[in-house]
Write a protein of this length. Structure first.
Length: 280
């Protein structure tokens, strides 16, 4: 793979924003931090890789990256080195324990926490260099609705919102979805509810959010906003144990309730997103 950040002499280095979201890219995002978004991204990638997919997770939380902590990785090269021209893209990609690839943001990315034209161009070129080599790229975005988060989400053909039953999480999830509908004209947004106490909680929460969106968030005529409930991940003591050990749940206790739920989520996403013919 060529160095996407150092094109041949005479070739323009500025990249125009894509007219459509990039195919085979899913943004995993959330309204607030602390809901398990990165945990879901990493274990979802492992579950997809176990099913035979070539998966890469890109740590798109440029200001507060922590995917390396979750995976207990200490890479010599990161996305920061690619952006600054110190490394080629392929040199910064490393294999995670779960059989998938990762591109970690690393430290020193504070200057990339604002969406400048350079950040925009660098990010686009990295994405264009990654997509041909994987069945799906997962963007583990930052939480909230900063300009960098919204730009990262705009590159994805699919969005998976991670929320918990906690009222503040649901309020922030609603605010995020409202912005995605208003600014990016999203019609279908997928949601997974983490840390549920009872079976059916996530479906009920999704239905409540759908009612509020239908009532208060305007959409294009004939294009109603649709929240797609992809599943629940139950509260499970095995999750905390895996996080404290900095290990993947899918590897340490693949038979626990939370791991089984993530495996089911992976299957649903593969059937509805990855295997679906591209319209890009």
């Amino acid at each position: 793979m060529s160095n996407v950040l150092n094109p041949p002499r005479g070739q323009a280095t500025s990249v125009a924003p894509p007219l459509k979201p990039l195919a085979k890219v899913m943004a995993v995002t959330s309204g607030k931090g602390g809901v398990g978004k990165t945990f879901v991204s990493a274990n979802l990638a492992a579950a997809m890789a176990k099913r035979g997919l070539r998966v890469l997770v890109l740590d798109a939380d440029l200001g507060l990256a922590n995917l390396d902590v979750v995976l207990n990785l200490y890479p010599k090269l990161t996305l920061h080195d690619v952006f600054t021209g110190k490394a080629k893209l392929e040199e910064a990609i490393v294999k995670a324990p779960g059989g998938f690839s990762v591109l970690l943001a690393g430290s020193g990315m504070v200057e990339y926490s604002r969406l400048t034209p350079k950040v925009r161009d660098d990010f686009l070129q990295v994405m264009e260099g990654l997509i041909p080599h994987y069945d799906i790229v997962l963007l583990d975005t930052g939480a909230g609705i900063s300009d960098v988060v919204l730009f990262a989400v705009s590159l994805a053909s699919e969005v998976l919102v991670v929320a918990t039953p906690e009222p503040t999480s649901l309020t922030d999830a609603y605010a995020t979805i409202k912005v995605l509908v208003g600014q990016q004209k999203r019609q279908d947004i997928r949601i997974v509810v983490n840390q549920t106490a009872r079976m059916g909680d996530g479906r009920a929460i999704t239905a409540q959010l759908q009612q509020v969106l239908t009532r208060f968030v305007p959409s294009a005529p004939g294009r109603p906003v649709r929240l797609i409930h992809m599943g629940d991940i139950p509260s499970d003591p095995s999750v905390r144990q895996a996080i404290m050990r900095r290990q993947l749940l899918m590897q340490t206790t693949p038979g626990c309730p939370a791991a089984l739920a993530i495996s089911q989520l992976a299957g649903k996403l593969i059937d509805s997103v990855v295997d679906r013919p591209s319209t890009a």
